[in-house]
Design a protein around this ligand. Structure first.
Ligand code: HEC
Length: 140
């Protein structure tokens, strides 16, 4: 094998494991950010929900909103499923907006209704995570 081929092989290997590392570490961070939102909901900390959901939403859009970028992090045989990322980003941003509207009382509803709407939207965000894991991540 020529040195050039070995070098190309090494660079490819390094690059693909860096992308895998990037995906994994981003997912861990996203999970930690979503846990903050969950914690704030459980302790009925409205300011905490607002702050944590904004932080989470920004990262979720950065990670999932760009099909090419997400595709570059996926292993070769899964790249054809990268459009699921954009779909997930849309579900997430729709439900983040429901939470922010409830906090702002945009639709002039009672406190209890606003809470329930926001809490339900939070569970739909979790559902978007599961959905993609079932379609893209997991083999069974
Ligand atoms: C578009 C698809 C997609 C969406 C949406 C998605 N994930 Fe993932 N997630 C993956 C893939 C693919 C992996 C596997 C990465 C790996 O193991 O290298 C993964 C792995 C993970 C892991 C495991 C990391 C590890 O230690 O191996 C966690 C935790 C995680 N995701 C959390 C979340 C959370 C929380 C959400 C929702 C906010 C979410 N994911 C949304 C595709 C997605």
């Amino acid at each position: 094998m020529s040195k050039k081929i070995v070098a190309i092989g090494l660079v490819t290997l390094l690059f693909s494991s860096l992308s895998a590392y990037e995906l994994k570490s981003n997912m861990l961070l996203l999970n930690a950010e979503l846990s903050e939102v969950q914690r704030a909901f459980i302790s009925s900390d409205q300011t905490g929900v607002e702050e944590s959901v904004k932080r989470f939403a920004k990262h979720a859009q950065d990670l999932l909103g760009n099909k090419e970028k997400f595709s570059s992090m996926l292993p070769e045989k899964k790249k054809n499923k990268a459009n699921e990322a954009v779909m997930s980003a849309q579900i997430i941003s729709h439900n983040v907006q429901i939470i922010l509207d409830a906090i702002e009382n945009k639709h002039n509803q009672s406190g209890q209704v606003r809470r329930e709407e926001a809490q339900r939207a939070y569970t739909y965000i979790e559902h978007a995570c599961f959905r993609c894991h079932n379609i893209v991540r997991d083999e069974y």
